[in-house]
Design a protein. Sequence first.
Length: 295
Amino acid sequence: MRFIRDIYAAAEAAHRAVISLEFFPTKTEEGERNLFEKTIPALCKLKPDYCSVTYGAGGSTRDKTLMIVDRIQREHQLPTMAHLTCVNATRDEIAKVLEQARSLGIKNILALRGDPPPGTGDFKKTEGGFEFSYQLVNFIREIGGFSIGTAGFPEGHISCKEGKEVDWQRLKAKIDCGADFVLTQLFFDNNDFFEFRDYLNRLGVTVPIVPGVLAIQSASQIKKFTALCGAKLPPKLLSRLDELGDDDAAVSEFGIQYATCQCEEILRAGVPGLHFYTLNKSGPTTAILKNLGLA
């Protein structure tokens, strides 16, 4: 399996955008069947460059994440990245996860601080573990053998009270610790992404900064998502969602159109790729890529 840093380098040389997809571990056997028998095969027909699999809050899906990554790589020969967090894990435990990943042929890790389990309050460092994601990045780099991605926040991380520019400076430090590329949190105003990217470029960041794209599928769902992660819904977008209300079919159609327009603009601005938060569904991402002529 290829290192993701090499995928971005080859795509840059070929003057094309990398297409990547994100999945999450399912909670039920039926969900898992749908993921492997319907969603992933449908999206693999679009010839994505790689995909990633998230890590449940508190590290709750550690083994399942690796299992899904391994299965995608074996069944579809598609480079797949495992998310890894600092939550509820010591250095030794993280080292064991990385060794297990290596034994499965997993070469790509997205290093995150991570979220604590719901209802447990703010993030707390595990005794013998890491407090910040830059420490995890550095640890993975020292172990060696992985391409390391990290997360960026175009509107600033919700827990960074000092402001978004301080958060972006910390991201630069994290990249300096060994991150090969940045995947951003979802956003709905492209100007936020452009400001973020340009600021990092002025700091001397040269690794790929890849926008994360989410097609809105439900008004109530996206309001919950943005409240949790600190992203904003621009007034015109919010007004349209309120007009559509609980008509999820209409919201989904609108969400695909909105995401298509977002992607068209950021592709014109020369981004290295698009990272789609699929929510384990194939329809919206397929429609967007077809609209863009990238399917």
